[in-house]
Design a protein around this ligand. Structure first.
Ligand code: PBG
Length: 346
């Protein structure tokens, strides 16, 4: 039933008619000043929205800027405590870890080694700060000599043999103290396999954040430099999703949910806002993350360096759009800058 009301001319109108009515209605009335705009603002970014990715390397005293990702660094273990304290001070609740191993091999052994780079990083972060949510990326491409996210046979990426390794990696991260494991290999059944492996090892309380709808995207380009993980043959399109598909994303997410994912993700973010919105509406009960990936960061950084865009404004606008589309959490290389910018605007 529509509400009946009377307009200033004494005519009875439905609310829909009133909403349509210029000059009675003037949306600009609520845009007159910044305090007014703040009052009626529908979406807000806060430090609690962010998860900050960290790239960890072997060695000592290393804090080396990644060429294609200005402002993002390769960090050695001894540099993590300072990083963790900075994040805590900024109020950023979580990190996600990526490791660069000392050696690569066909199945990526360091990925599940007790003294692997990520396992060491988890322990160092845990010792430095108590209340940081430590998430780990569970995948194989940084660790394998062929650069694919699974075990290979010839040029085939094998699904089921990969599941066993992913389970081992997740258990090894949980054993080192990870709070959340995030499988990103896009192997079918990976969430179920990891849940089973974690439960069998006694890690019943370790949540899984599925990279549920992860597309075969060219926007991962700079990350592959950062993580030294480009595939040595072919590409990832036999396991990551076709960017053309929306219905399939909902199917992927539904599968992750049925396999026991505690949180779901859409990746990349900026070119996939429609997928984020649909995921939010289709799966209202689960926390939804979006990964604002390396290429999304680097392209705006590059344009800003050329003086063509205002980095702070385009970055905050992009992050706001991701949240407005429905993301609860944003994995972003801008996390620290964004919190500082938001702070300076208060
Ligand atoms: C591992 C992984 C990738 C990213 C996150 N986890 C690379 C890939 O799938 O090729 C990309 C993150 C980014 O671009 O920022 N599979």
């Amino acid at each position: 039933m529509m509400n009946k009301s009377v307009n200033p001319r004494g005519e009875t109108l439905s609310t829909i008619d009133i909403a349509a009515g210029f000059p009675t209605v003037r949306p600009r009335r609520l845009r007159q000043s910044e305090p007014m705009r703040r009052l009626v603002r529908e979406t807000r970014l806060s430090p609690a929205d962010f998860i900050y990715p960290l790239f960890v390397v072997h060695g000592r005293g290393i804090r080396r800027e990644i060429v294609s990702m200005p402002g993002v660094f390769h960090l050695s273990i001894d540099r993590l405590a300072a990083e963790a304290e900075e994040l805590a001070q900024l109020g950023i609740p979580g990190v996600i870890l990526f490791g660069l191993p000392a050696e690569k091999d066909p199945i990526g052994r360091e990925n599940f080694a007790e003294d692997g780079i990520v396992q060491q990083a988890i322990k160092a972060l845990r010792a430095a700060v108590s209340d940081l949510v430590i998430m780990t990326d569970v995948c194989m491409c940084e660790y394998t000599d062929h650069g694919h996210c699974g075990v290979i046979e010839g040029h085939h990426i094998l699904n089921d043999p990969t599941l066993e390794i992913l389970g081992q990696v997740a258990v090894s991260h949980a054993a080192a103290g990870a709070d959340v494991v995030a499988p990103s290999a896009m192997m079918d059944g990976q969430v179920a396999a990891i849940r089973q492996a974690l439960d069998q090892a006694g890690y019943i309380d370790t949540p899984i954040m599925g990279y549920s709808a992860k597309y075969a995207s060219a926007f991962y380009g700079p990350f592959r430099d950062a993580a030294d993980s480009p595939p040595q043959f072919g590409d990832r399109s036999t396991y990551q999703m076709d960017p053309a598909n929306q219905r399939e994303a909902m199917r992927e997410i539904a599968l992750d949910v049925s396999e026991g994912a505690d949180m779901i993700m859409v990746k990349p973010a900026m070119a996939y806002l429609d997928i984020i919105r649909q995921a939010r509406d289709t799966f209202p009960d689960l926390p939804l993350a979006a990964y604002n990936v390396s290429g999304e960061y680097s392209m705006l950084k590059a344009a800003a360096r050329l003086g063509w865009l205002d980095e702070k404004r385009v970055a905050l606008e992009s992050l706001l759009a991701i949240k407005r589309a429905g993301a609860d959490m944003i994995l972003s290389y801008w996390a620290k800058d964004a919190v500082r910018w938001l702070d300076s605007m208060r």
